[in-house]
Design a protein around this ligand. Structure first.
Ligand SMILES: [Fe+2]
Length: 220
């Protein structure tokens, strides 16, 4: 029997076999069993001493919501959001008025006004989402009820169905009202160094001033 086999029998644990087969080769010509055994013992001892890496606990995830930190103070964000809420209320009121007039316009200018109002209310409708979501990005809730819009809007809604030219006059005033509200909001955004809001309001100013010009031209 080979010396290594004898040593193998002597230490027959699975751990021992693994260590011997992978790391230490015992010379089969070794005549001194004690020497081979000592080598094996040493290997086993080393294997036993080898400890599994210490388990480290994963750091606990932070469950809290991070505070908004975009370089605009809390009070400035609140002030800009309040102005945007007024802009949203005016914009929604103007949108609804324009759509209302699209439905109810009558007279010789029907085709012209019906189509023109549709172009305007479609653009205004799409802009509402941008305004509301900018308020959300600033950390505040966007107004979304008729009650809030009635409180916040500077635009008086008609109580009857105006004739076609009166609709146009009301829409001139409505577009100019949104422009004034957006311009006041722009001043707050500019003072707060809030470029995205200033950019959005600049676009709204451009649209409503252009609408007012086109509508006014129908009356001249
Ligand atoms: Fe329509």
């Amino acid at each position: 029997m080979q010396i290594a086999d004898r040593a193998h029998q002597y230490y027959s644990s699975a751990c021992f076999v693994a260590v011997v087969s992978s790391t230490d080769r015992i010379d089969p010509q070794e005549k001194n069993v004690a020497k081979a055994t000592k080598s094996v013992k040493s290997a086993v001892k080393g294997a036993v001493k080898t400890k599994a890496p210490a388990k480290t606990k994963a750091p606990k995830s932070d469950q809290s919501v991070p505070h908004i930190d975009i370089g605009i103070t809390d009070s400035a964000r609140a002030a800009v959001a309040a102005e945007l809420s007024k802009t949203l209320a005016d914009s929604y009121t103007l949108y609804l008025m324009t759509h209302n007039f699209h439905w109810n316009v009558t007279g010789p200018l029907f085709n012209t006004l019906h189509a023109m109002f549709m172009t305007q209310y479609t653009e205004e409708w799409n802009a509402l989402d941008d305004i509301a979501e900018r308020i959300r990005a600033l950390g505040h809730y966007a107004p979304g009820t008729y009650r809030e819009y009635a409180q916040l809007s500077s635009i008086a809604e008609p109580t009857n169905i105006p004739d076609a030219l009166e609709m146009v006059r009301l829409l001139v005033k409505g577009n100019e009202a949104v422009a004034k509200t957006a311009r006041a909001a722009f001043e707050k955004a500019d003072a707060a160094n809030d470029q995205p809001t200033a950019d959005l309001l600049t676009q709204r100013l451009d649209v409503h001033e252009k609408n007012a010009w086109m509508l006014r031209s129908l009356l001249q």
